[in-house]
Every structure is written in structure tokens, then in C-alpha cells.
Ligand binder design. Structure first.
Ligand code: HEC
Length: 256
């Protein structure tokens, strides 16, 4: 019996380990005070991600108010369908069953994604881990999410990253040969973009950062308010403790 449960535990820990990421995550420190970053992230999200991933627990209005975007700008530039109002939830009209046929998996809602993963580092790393893989339906794979069904939707911006191989790629980069030995530094594969994107690597990093920052905000729009209130609550408790202590001493005085 003990052996069986030991085996079960071992199996369980293995499967938990398997669900862990395969490569070390890149560090990303969110900054909710940086409204310009959050606004840019929101814009990129609406243009490049919303078509497939809804944010169905968040409304346009709240986003506009929190991020300081005027309502008419949202209505004009970020809402693309006539039935959606400023008070609507951020949804899309993608049918999950067709998405499953097209991509092999339905794109999940991303409202709570950074909280679900416990860290914004995950999605930041994910956005920077697409690489060319001719064996996949969309020609790309992802180091963090092996055999991912999602195409590299930011390809126009980033260009196509390739794994850097010890066996040199042909000069024009057109070789379809798989890598014989990948170059790995600090546990991470080295990727090199092919220059076909409209952005420099630094500009693309900023896009990934802003998008992640925005999704970090969306997962808990009241985070800053909660943290601000938390300080007052702790101060109040400290203050209240003094009186409770004095009162307690007064009541128990005669028992000694
Ligand atoms: C053309 C549709 C499409 C677009 C556009 C798209 N995705 Fe995806 N995405 C998918 C699909 C499909 C999956 C599920 C992949 C799987 O499970 O194999 C996915 C998965 C993901 C995941 C991993 C989810 C998980 O299960 O852990 C993240 C994170 C993600 N997308 C972020 C983004 C971001 C950010 C953007 C915008 C830059 C974006 N996606 C744009 C289709 C899309």
C-alpha cells in the first residue's frame, strides 16, 4: 500500500514538473504607474490579440478610466464592431469550435492569465520565444509552449526568430535544415531574428513589455487601490492595538 502511494506521489510530482516551464523565464517587472506603457499595451492587445483572445471579465469603460484614455478615442480607434458600446465587456466573436479546427486548440480568455501563471514573466517570455520551425502548420514553434497552436501574430513587428545553431545556417538563412546543436546560454536557447520585422529587437522588447504590463493590470484592475488601502488598514490596526492593549490592561488590573 505504501509502495502504491509512493508511486502515485512520484507520478504526481513528475506531472507537476512536466507542467513547469521548460526554459528559465525572463524577468519582467510590471509598472502600473507607467500609464503610457499600459496604453500602448492596450492598443497592441486590441489590434493583435483580441481577435482570438477575449478579455471577458473586463469592460472597455473601466480600462479607459483606469488608463486615462478618453472614451471617444476608445470608441473611434479600439472598438471595431458597431454593436459594442463603451460599457461592454471586451469580447470577440470568434467561435471556439471553429478556432479548435483551425488551430488545434481554442485560444483561452486572457483576463486572468498573469494571475493564473502566478507571474507576468511567463507571458513576457512566451512572446519572446517564438522561433522558426518548418515542421509546424504555421511555420513557428515556441520554446516555452512546445507545439503551440497559435501563429506568431507579431511576426510583422519582430521578424522571424531562428534558433542559433552551432552548425552555421546558410548565409541567406534560407536553409530548412533542423539544428544539429543549438546554442544554449544560461539554460536558454539563443534566438536570432532574420531582420524581416519592422522593429529592432529593442523596440520589439518594448512591445512585449507593454503587452505584459497591460495584461498584468487587467488581471487585477484594483491592485493599486488595494495596496494603497492596505497601508491605511495596517496603520489603523497598529493605532487601534494601543487602545485595545490599554483597555485590556485596565480590565485585568484587579486580577493580579
Ligand atoms: C489567430 C488567433 C490568435 C491570435 C491573434 C493570438 N492568439 Fe494567442 N493563442 C491562440 C491559440 C489558438 C492558442 C492556444 C494554443 C494551444 O493551446 O496550442 C493561443 C495561446 C496563447 C497563449 C498560451 C495560453 C496557454 O494555454 O497557456 C498566450 C499567452 C497567448 N496565446 C497570448 C497571445 C497574445 C498576447 C496575443 C496578441 C499578441 C495573441 N495570443 C494572439 C490564437 C491566437
Amino acid at each position: 500500500m505504501k509502495l502504491v502511494s509512493a508511486c502515485l506521489l512520484f507520478g504526481l510530482s513528475l506531472s507537476v514538473m512536466a507542467a513547469e516551464s521548460t526554459i528559465p523565464l525572463l524577468n519582467m517587472t510590471p509598472d502600473l504607474d507607467d500609464k503610457a506603457s499600459l496604453q500602448r499595451g492596450a492598443k497592441t492587445y486590441m489590434n493583435y490579440c483580441l481577435g482570438c483572445h477575449s478579455l471577458q471579465y473586463q469592460r472597455y469603460e473601466r480600462t479607459a478610466n483606469d488608463l486615462g484614455i478618453p472614451h471617444d478615442l476608445i470608441l473611434e480607434h479600439l472598438i471595431f464592431d458597431p454593436d459594442t458600446r463603451i460599457g461592454s465587456l471586451i469580447e470577440n466573436s470568434l467561435s471556439l469550435s471553429s478556432a479548435k479546427t483551425w488551430f488545434g486548440a481554442a485560444p483561452p480568455d486572457l483576463t486572468l492569465y498573469t494571475s493564473l501563471k502566478g507571474t507576468p514573466d511567463y507571458i513576457y517570455t512566451y512572446l519572446k520565444s517564438f522561433y522558426a520551425d518548418p515542421a509546424r502548420p504555421f511555420g513557428v514553434n515556441n520554446l516555452l509552449f512546445e507545439n503551440v497552436g497559435m501563429p506568431h501574430v507579431l511576426l510583422d513587428l519582430q521578424g522571424l526568430p531562428r534558433k542559433v545553431c552551432k552548425t552555421k545556417l546558410e548565409a541567406d538563412g534560407s536553409t530548412q535544415e533542423p539544428c544539429e546543436t543549438d546554442v544554449i546560454v544560461d539554460g536558454r536557447y539563443m534566438l536570432e531574428v532574420d531582420g524581416s520585422g519592422s522593429m529592432s529587437p529593442d523596440e520589439y522588447d518594448r512591445v512585449a513589455y507593454d503587452l505584459t504590463n497591460f495584461l498584468y493590470y487587467v488581471a487585477e484592475p484594483t491592485r493599486q487601490e488595494r495596496e494603497r488601502l492596505g497601508v491605511y488598514v495596517l496603520l489603523f490596526l497598529a493605532f487601534f492595538f494601543v487602545f485595545t492593549y490599554l483597555l485590556g490592561r485596565e480590565y485585568t488590573k484587579e486580577f493580579h
